[in-house]
Design a protein around this ligand. Structure first.
Ligand code: AMP
Length: 716
């Protein structure tokens, strides 16, 4: 006779058998659906299998196993940060070939080194790399790349990615680490950003939504969520393509590895080809470029790998990348969109910059909606008009640019654009710089310039006042508290504490549901408050300790960047010395030309500016630099010694001569042409073939702000 216990044991055994059958079937359908994209079951039938398994596991918790499909979103609590994982084998980056010529150099080199060689060509998926460890066929751990030597443990989150098998589909004993890319499909990326925008509107805090710049960031960000349930909602997917240790499974090359991965249940990108000639590799690259737009995910190139593992070992690695693989990067991507407006920005020194505002487009991996048009001459040279269909170009992470307009698609009556005759901010007349491309609003009262000047004063390189952001400055100006930078030093804690931040909060703390029910959406303004005001006041006082050079830079005199300010202070260690210096004496300073000297003198002879300097002195701002002015301090540290620079295009704040003079003052060399030996190219508006060549050669490109930062002793 069966005892009660026997019956329960029997039920448990039956449940176990049924659960195993269900799991195998669910895994198979998940694989068919997510990996092969060949579903056999409809969604309702799949859901019903899943529900049966969930109910069974709920009834008999002892039969649950970590590899069960019900356990993808586990109740795992991820701590404050992700645990570090040291990679047993380094996760390398790839060397780039910027065009087919560079690719040929690599193909030639590998052929010479190896003799006969076969290559495997793959798409370069624009995602985030993953290392996935399986122990006896079961998923054990997933780590991010990190710095290549160590990454982060993101297992709980990565388990939610449906096409990543929790169990291998083939028998494997021991440990194996599979590597590949996790990515977010283009459509999911767009949906995610749309949802973030909608949510921000509901929250109505007046804050701009924090959107992901591109699908790659969205994938990486989604994988680093504190709550795996959020990752599960993000629609991530993988393509796996590599093995950490080529000895861990019985395959001899990349082609065989991809076949093994497919059999083991991984998602392997179908666009792969084994090539034995250079022509075949070229053809693959050409097809990939064609294919790019129609793929549902982002790719940014083609990866060409030496097929045989033995040959890979022969070539080995550089410090950064394998010698047996190369990433062929796609040429700059171009997209069309419609130009909706050309707006004008007024900078700190009154320069008016036209900005193209167009319908957002996803180009070279990120969404863009505006691009600078630099100046009126550029707008006319490109002949772009509002309503035009325009071509936007972006190479990799480089800033987007408007290439041209398509005249055939121009709407009737579209007018040639012109610079406004009056400043869009203050209505004062606008002047063109003599002999220059810039248009300028010369009014000392211009609110846009005033805001920019105030923001510049508090910025990092200048007086560095933490907590004084653009919004608060705008409020201080609107409230009449601050007119010029001296105004900051007259602010009291009380004034700051009662400052309206311009933000609003709900008057009553209610849940969204309750708010909907009662219709209570009443709001009140948010004031800065005592605590923040006190801190801010302290920061303002602290700025009085900043050096004279920073103060000079902070004044925002046209053409006086950080470096020029430092050069000036070395020679003229106090405001008095500078005031009494003749223009020629200023020109004598190495790195400072007549244009800069003239604007400085002009600034220092304007009564309003003299009054401001007096007020700053009275407030206790540092207007002299002890220790400077001695012969010793005059020696310019040669921080750029050994570097060679090429300048191209126009710079806004320096003439070409001055920029070259500055570089020489810091010990750098300048050259007229780009070569592989060029350390940096500094490119401004109107840059031409030198820039293209530099990009081809992989020479780092600096814009004017980065150039200034480098001179100021910073890094790029
Ligand atoms: P990069 O970050 O530009 O140096 O490119 C190297 C990265 O490309 C690697 O770390 C991988 O994450 C990624 N990658 C994408 N697709 C592939 C692929 N098919 N083979 C190898 N690496 C790839």
């Amino acid at each position: 006779m069966n005892s009660l216990f026997d019956t329960i044991d029997e039920q448990l055994a039956q449940a176990q058998v049924r659960a195993e059958q269900l799991r195998a079937e669910i895994d198979r359908h998940t694989w068919l659906y997510y990996v092969l994209d060949e579903p056999e079951l409809d969604d309702a039938a799949f859901d019903s299998l899943m529900r049966e398994l969930q109910e069974l596991e709920a009834r008999f918790p002892e039969i649950v196993v970590p590899t069960s499909p019900t356990q993808r979103v586990g109740g795992f609590v991820v701590g404050e940060s992700f645990a570090p994982v040291t990679h047993a084998e380094r996760m390398y980056s790839l060397d780039n070939a910027m065009d087919l010529d560079e690719l040929d150099v690599w193909l030639e080199r590998t052929r010479t080194a190896l003799g006969g060689v076969a290559y495997v060509c793959e798409l370069k998926i624009d995602g985030s790399s993953l290392a996935v460890t399986y122990e006896d066929g079961q998923l054990l751990r997933v780590a991010t790349r990190g710095d290549g030597a160590a990454g982060e443990d993101v297992t709980a989150n990565a388990r939610t990615v449906h096409d990543l098998p929790l169990k291998l589909r083939i028998e494997h004993r021991g440990s194996v680490e599979i590597r590949g890319e996790v990515y977010m499909p283009k459509s999911s990326f767009e949906r995610l950003n749309a949802a973030i925008t909608a949510e921000a509107e509901v929250a109505a805090a007046g804050k701009p939504p924090k959107l992901f710049a591109n699908p790659r960031n969205a994938a990486a960000g989604s994988l680093r969520q504190k709550d795996p349930r959020i990752t599960a909602e993000r629609d991530l997917a993988t393509f796996m393509y590599a093995l950490a240790d080529t000895g861990s499974i019985p395959v001899q090359g990349q082609g065989e590895l991809l076949a093994w991965l497919k059999k083991a249940g991984f998602h392997v990108n179908p666009n792969i080809e084994c090539c034995t000639s250079e022509q075949q590799v070229h053809d693959f690259c050409a097809r990939a470029i064609e294919l790019r737009a129609s793929l549902p995910y982002e790719i940014d190139g083609v990866v060409v790998k030496v097929d045989s593992f033995a040959q890979q070992r022969e070539l080995g690695f550089t410090a950064k990348a394998p010698r047996w693989a190369i990433a062929f990067k796609f040429p700059p991507e171009e997209k069309t969109t419609v130009l909706r407006a050309i707006t004008v920005q007024v900078g700190r020194t009154g320069v008016l910059t036209p900005v193209a505002e167009f319908d957002p487009v996803l180009v070279a991996g990120s969404t863009v909606a505006r691009a600078t048009l630099h100046n009126l001459d550029e707008v006319h040279r490109k002949d772009v008009r509002v309503g035009d269909t325009i071509i936007i170009r972006k190479a990799g992470d480089v800033i987007p640019e408007v290439l041209s307009a398509l005249p055939a698609l121009r709407p009737e009556g579209a007018l040639k654009w012109d610079m406004p005759q009056v400043c869009p901010s203050c209505g004062s007349p606008v002047f063109r710089d003599e002999g220059g491309a810039a248009f300028r609003c010369d009014s000392a009262e211009c609110p846009a310039q005033r805001l920019e000047r105030l923001e510049h004063w508090v910025s990092r390189g200048a007086l560095d006042i933490d907590g004084l952001g653009p919004k608060i400055i705008e409020r201080l100006v609107d409230g009449g508290y601050v007119v010029d930078v001296a105004g900051f030093y007259r602010l009291t804690v009380e004034q700051l504490a009662t400052l309206d931040t311009g933000e609003e909060k709900y008057l009553h703390a209610l849940s969204i549901k309750k708010r909907e029910e009662t219709g209570d959406y009443e709001k009140e303004p948010v004031l800065l408050g005592e605590v923040v005001a006190q801190k801010l006041h302290e920061q303002i006082q602290l700025s009085k300790t900043r050096s004279f050079a920073r103060v000079l830079f902070g004044l925002g005199v046209r053409n006086v960047g950080k470096t020029v300010a430092e050069l000036l202070v070395r020679r003229f260690p106090s405001i008095e010395a500078l005031l009494s210096a003749a223009e020629e004496q200023i020109t004598d300073v190495e790195g400072i030309g007549p244009v800069i000297a003239h604007t400085i003198k002009q600034y220092l002879s304007t009564p309003d500016n003299l009054r401001l300097l007096k007020e700053l002195a009275a407030a206790g701002i540092c207007l002299a630099d002890e220790g400077a002015g001695t012969a010793d301090a005059q020696a310019q540290p040669q921080t750029l010694a050994g570097l060679t620079f090429v300048l191209t295009g126009a710079l806004e704040n320096h003439t070409r001569d001055e920029a070259e003079g500055l570089l020489r003052a810091f010990g750098a060399k300048t050259s007229a042409s780009v070569s592989a030996k060029t350390s940096y190219i500094v490119a401004g508006p109107g840059a031409g073939s030198k820039l293209t060549k530099a990009q081809k050669l992989g020479v780092p490109v600096l814009d004017e702000a980065q150039f200034d930062a480098l001179l100021a002793g910073g890094t790029v």
